[in-house]
Unconditional design. Structure first.
Length: 168
């Protein structure tokens, strides 16, 4: 994989084996058509890679917040989620879905992210205490994070691909 990071969160030049036979994305400003230029498989691979980077940001900040800054599990998760989500948006909007961006698209993503914020932090808040009693703090942090992240990521991909960046 060749990595060429270009200005402001774009990841142009990063390719996966799945996208080598994909047709090129359409020109900037054509959000609806651009999202169909890449195959579902390519978008899913890119979404997972972007999610991995974003999850690393999110998880690391959550652990730092809880273990080094003494924050409770809900505030630590809320703060880390904001930074992980910002990372995901910057990568996915440009690289995964080839969007040039618009106020309408940004508005839709903000609404989606607010809903997935409630879903992810709510899930983590509910499952963390019993997991901590069963697995201890470190195990609960990891397992709780993976479960909450997995649910929110699934919802996020389906809504972004099917509604926000779909072909119109």
């Amino acid at each position: 994989m060749v990595v060429n990071l270009v200005a402001c969160g774009t990841m142009e030049g990063v390719t996966t084996p799945a996208e080598r036979n994909d047709p090129p994305a359409s020109s900037p400003g054509q959000d609806a058509q651009a999202s169909t230029a890449l195959t579902l498989r390519t978008q899913l691979v890119r979404f997972i890679l972007a999610g991995g980077v974003s999850a690393l940001v999110d998880y690391s900040l959550m652990v730092v917040g809880m273990n080094l800054l003494g924050l409770g599990y809900s505030p630590a998760k809320a703060i880390s989620w904001v930074f992980g989500t910002l990372t995901a948006y910057l990568i996915n909007s440009r690289w995964t879905f080839q969007s040039a961006g618009s106020k309408k698209t940004l508005g839709a993503v903000v609404v989606l992210y607010l809903l997935t914020f409630a879903l992810q932090v709510g899930t983590f808040t509910v499952i963390y205490p019993p997991l901590a009693a069963w697995l201890g703090v470190t195990g609960a942090q990891l397992v709780g994070f993976v479960i909450a992240q997995g649910i929110a990521t699934t919802v996020n991909f389906i809504v972004q691909r099917g509604l926000i960046f779909r072909a119109r």
